[in-house]
Each structure stands twice: as structure tokens, then as C-alpha cells.
Ligand binder design. Structure first.
Ligand SMILES: [Fe+2]
Length: 300
């Protein structure tokens, strides 16, 4: 091993420090970085020369990049970069949670889970950080699967779960909206945010990771609809139990950003979330997206 790394947290992830993003890794280092990503699913990389060009170059070590379909959130200069900007009120409307105003809050989800072809992964780089808030949460569905009882593992075998695209949080049955009040700019239909509609997708509830072969509890609260062919009350009860399990603190990590941090995650294995920032706080994150080269679910 020539890439020095340590544990990112007690629960999950790996940390690589003193990395120089300007230096092209050799073949052995590239292989190690890929293996670390596959093993841990979540890498925080810190070091020198974290800038847009180097983020794009570094991201390509892990696969082909995908440009975001929405041109208005692409960086003007670098189409491979997507800008997550808390000051863009079109993409970050104000909403109320627990009686307070928040911008950019996102529940636990996996990108493109509502299609059959989630992206392989993504890298976020902290460009400008607010003085408080603005963390990113990551949840490991492989560890969550491993911790299930043998009885539950047997019960889930062969089940298929349905995900559906939705932009109105009130219509996501497994997302807790009891303390949520939609703000005036909250979208109600896909076209409100420039998205097409998508047909529902069906996945194995327990997904086998195509590369690591680890079993993944493929449950995240956003976009989750139900279990195929199961009585609705039984499906609702089982999914409620699984959502509570997969979001337990021991499978999750909340990242407090430092400027220049890059985080790479495996979107086939990890869900992510964001508590958001207070209105007026500036948070700018650049994101690259690694294309999913395999179809994991199917349209229904
Ligand atoms: Fe996301």
C-alpha cells in the first residue's frame, strides 16, 4: 500500500490526507485508490491543489463522467461540474423544518434510484462554506444489511422494491415530513425543476453490488414506494421498519466540511443527505458524477 489512509470515523469510510491533486497518480496508486473506494465506499481526500480542473481529472480515475441533464446547474466553464449553490433560490427554495427556515435540505436518497440506472458514484468538493450547518450525511447500506438478523435476511430474500420519481416531499410516504412545511418555491411536479417524469423502477430489495459482491439493503426513504406484490399494510410496516434500521446512527456519518475537501462515495452502496443551511448562508459545492455503467433496476 502506498496510499496512506486511516479511518474516517468510528463507523465508516476512509480518510486520505496530504494528497496532491495536481500530481498524476501512477498505475499502482490508481489501482489502490479504486480498491479503497470499493472496500470502504466512502473516501474523504484532503490535500493540496483541490481545484476544478484537478477535481475533474481525479474523478476520471474512477470512471467516465456524466454531465448533469440540467444545464442551469452546470458550471459555465466546466460542463462536468455541477454547482450546488445555496444562493440559487430556483434549485434551493426555502422550506420550514422544525419551525425554522432552511435551504437545500435533502432527506436520505441515492441519486437516480428512481431510474434503473443509478450513477456509479460522485465527488463533492467544498468551494465555499457557511459558518455553520451545511454538512453532508452518508449512510452505508452494506453495513446496514450485515447487521440485520438472520430471520430478517431470510424474509427479504427475493423481494422486489419499487421506487418512483417525485418532487413533492409530501408525496414521499417513507420520508418523515411531520415537521416540514413546504415553502413558496417548493416544487410540485417534475417540470417545476426542469425534470422529465420517469416511470417507476423495480430493484431487488437486497442488491448484490456488481463489483464487490457485497449485499446492500437497497432502502432509502426518498422515492421509496412499496414492495412488489405485497399487501400494502404489510409492505408499509416492513419498509417503515427497514427505513428505521438503515438510518440508524451506526451506519451513518455526518461530514463537517473543510475548504478543499473532496468526498467520493459509491452511489450503488451509500445513500446521502443534507441538513441544509439557513437562508442567506453561502455554501458552494462542486460535484462531479461518475456514470453508472450497469443497469441495476428495471422500469415498470
Ligand atoms: Fe443527491
Amino acid at each position: 500500500m502506498t496510499i496512506q489512509h486511516s479511518a474516517l470515523s468510528d463507523q465508516l469510510g476512509a480518510l486520505i490526507e496530504s494528497f496532491d491533486f495536481a500530481r498524476e497518480p501512477n498505475a499502482a496508486e490508481r489501482d489502490e485508490l479504486y480498491q479503497l473506494w470499493l472496500e470502504h465506499g466512502l473516501l474523504l481526500i484532503r490535500g493540496a491543489n483541490a481545484n476544478p480542473q484537478n477535481q475533474i481529472r481525479f474523478s476520471r480515475l474512477f470512471g467516465e463522467l456524466e454531465e448533469h441533464p440540467l444545464k442551469n446547474i452546470r458550471s459555465g466553464e466546466f460542463p462536468e461540474l455541477m454547482e450546488l449553490n445555496s444562493e440559487d433560490t430556483r434549485t434551493s427554495p426555502v422550506s420550514q423544518w422544525d419551525g425554522e427556515d432552511w435551504v437545500g435540505r435533502l432527506g436520505w436518497h441515492k441519486d437516480l434510484i428512481y431510474t434503473g440506472k443509478p450513477n456509479r458514484g460522485a465527488i463533492l468538493r467544498a468551494v465555499h462554506l457557511p459558518e455553520e450547518d451545511g454538512q453532508t450525511g452518508y449512510g452505508d447500506q452494506a453495513k446496514a444489511y450485515d447487521a440485520l438478523s438472520d430471520g430478517m435476511k431470510a424474509r427479504l430474500e427475493g423481494l422486489k422494491v419499487i421506487y418512483g420519481f417525485e418532487v413533492n416531499l409530501y408525496r414521499m410516504p417513507f420520508l418523515d415530513t411531520s415537521n416540514y412545511v413546504a415553502g413558496p418555491g417548493a416544487p410540485d411536479k417534475p417540470s417545476d425543476i426542469g425534470f422529465p417524469d420517469f416511470p417507476d423502477s423495480r430493484y431487488p430489495l437486497v442488491l448484490e453490488h456488481p463489483e464487490s459482491r457485497r449485499k446492500i439493503l437497497n432502502i432509502c426513504p426518498m422515492f421509496l414506494v412499496g414492495i412488489e406484490g405485497m399487501d400494502k399494510s404489510e409492505s408499509d410496516a416492513l419498509l417503515t421498519e427497514l427505513v428505521a434500521h438503515v438510518t440508524r446512527p451506526e451506519f451513518c456519518y455526518q461530514h463537517q466540511w473543510q475548504a478543499g475537501d473532496m468526498i467520493l462515495w459509491d452511489n450503488w452502496r451509500f445513500m446521502h443527505s443534507a441538513p441544509g443551511v439557513k437562508p442567506g448562508a453561502k455554501r458552494l459545492i462542486h460535484r462531479t458524477t461518475i456514470l453508472g455503467d450497469r443497469v441495476l433496476g428495471e422500469s415498470v
